[in-house]
Write a protein that binds this ligand. Sequence first.
Ligand code: SF4
Length: 236
Amino acid sequence: MSTPGQTPTVQQKRALAILSRLKQLYPGATCSLNYETPVQLLVATILSAQCTDERVNLVTPALFARFPDAAALAAADLSELELLVRSTGFYRNKAKNIRAACAKIISDFAGEVPQTMAALTSLPGVARKTANVVLAHAFNINAGVTVDTHVKRLSQRLGLTQHNDPVKIEQDLMQLLPQADWENWSIRLIYHGRAVCTARKPECDRCQLADGCPSSSLVAKQGANARPPAKAIPTA
Ligand code: SF4
């Protein structure tokens, strides 16, 4: 994002206008995973890979009742852990990573989830996406933009990135948005991706971002009944 005094680019203005609209549409948007501690958020986020947050929230009550903290998870029997997280998919890898990440938290970080991107991504099974979620929601630190499948798809459809690689998409978005809003962007785009701009059937005809979306006429031609938003998003 441009520094104070610099004129924002056209793309930055577009991104800000979209963000402003998203904030109006989803004012109370927050992380949909249930957790009580940073370790529990880390574990829930690892489990959410290739799985819905809804499914993860069904699994974590029993998991956290049995293994409530990093010490308990690090000492867990692997087969028992696998059984508890089985329904989230890829459960062998997830269980192995959760146990190893918690072991490293105990051995290298005095039992506390670290609060930097470098330290978090040194944990087994933790890449930038997971680290961004944990830093933003457990510690209120905007270190990057969380790019999950919804953020990727919508940022592409909205014409804010040409990339496919999540790390490159994240870099594009970090250039376009103020740091304080990086997680605001992701959370609200995820809401919009679930509610309106779904992967299979984007509902452009009722989308409140359609006036600024270059894909609105390309992705879906399901009718011309779009409700015009009060103020149009700049398109050029
Ligand atoms: S106009 Fe269509 S493609 Fe664009 S964000 Fe809305 S639903 Fe998605």
